[in-house]
Design a binder for this molecule. Sequence first.
Ligand SMILES: NC(=O)C1=CN([C@@H]2O[C@H](COP(=O)(O)OP(=O)(O)OC[C@H]3O[C@@H](n4cnc5c(N)ncnc54)[C@H](O)[C@@H]3O)[C@@H](O)[C@H]2O)C=CC1
Ligand SMILES: NCC(=O)COP(=O)(O)O
Length: 327
Amino acid sequence: MLTSYKRLIITSGEPAGIGPDLCLILASQSLPVQLVIAADPELLSQRARQLDLNVTLTTFNPEDRQPAKAGELLVAPFSLSQPCLTGQTNPANGQYVLDILSYAVQGCMDGLFDGMVTGPVHKEVINNAGVPFTGHTEFLAEQTQTHKVVMMLATEGLRVALATTHLPLSEVADAITPDSLEEVIRILNADLVNKFGIIEPEVLVCGLNPHAGEGGHLGMEEIEVIIPVLDKLRREGMNLKGPLPADTLFNPNYLASADAVLAMYHDQGLPVLKYKGFGKAVNITLGLPVVRTSVDHGTALDLAGTGQASPDSLLTAIDYAMQMISE
Ligand SMILES: NC(=O)C1=CN([C@@H]2O[C@H](COP(=O)(O)OP(=O)(O)OC[C@H]3O[C@@H](n4cnc5c(N)ncnc54)[C@H](O)[C@@H]3O)[C@@H](O)[C@H]2O)C=CC1
Ligand SMILES: NCC(=O)COP(=O)(O)O
């Protein structure tokens, strides 16, 4: 019997951070999927020596589909602009990080890969390299010419999606318009159904202001924007609760029956999610034409090359991607 294995591209992220370490740790096990690591092979060899890991690096051949074998990494080779010092970022290598991401997403669009799993990047370094960059989420939307995507993080027992992504706090209220909120909820609802198999998802929607505006005494966005959008979508049959005060929503009574929480901004929802599941959570971009999952953590420059970085979130991200690409 001929088995065709699915293929995931893993982007190794910021070279000075723990991304390369985690890719090397992946080689400690076999998996029923082909993993291709996009990275500089010299960097991987250097980091493997630092970590005392014995890993064979083989150049990726698109004609060959084999599952990931313990002890070996398939590498799609890229070259750093300048040698990398472990733990020390260098803007000269910012474009390397972006080239890898572009290759991965284009490969997914072209059918070379079935999905992409991203290692952590350092947003500031890429900006210091002269390229405006707020995050993978926005970059991948742009590269795939997708008008709207939604960031959602998930861990055991909790999913948190965001109405806005990487925005200065001062711009958040203006960014939550009736149209944008409606689009976000439609994408979230559709992907919970289509990608997660939930028949009638229940979504808890946070207010923007303290106590969800306290009847308009602490802000008008709930009355002017959020409630009308929720009412409209409820009339179409969506199961939406809220707007609920974000400080009391994250309790077992509300969460027991919920399939996801929609927070209005990054730091309203993600601290709760990361408190519950940091290191074992996954970041998923909803609404993209390709499957993209990611680690829940950053570059952890302090841990690069030390052997102390946990691969659990990367493994969770691979696991989610495998579920999302399985037919
Ligand atoms: N997926 C991505 O590309 C993400 C990138 N970042 C970027 O990472 C950079 C650093 O961000 P920070 O806020 O310092 O967050 P961070 O996640 O890199 O570090 C926070 C703390 O968690 C620890 N940590 C992180 N990952 C770990 C792992 N796998 N195993 C064990 N401990 C781990 C670190 O040592 C540190 O103590 C920033 O530039 C940020 O934008 C942040 C979050 C996600
Ligand atoms: N807090 C999540 C995060 O910042 C990662 O965002 P992205 O790079 O996946 O868009």
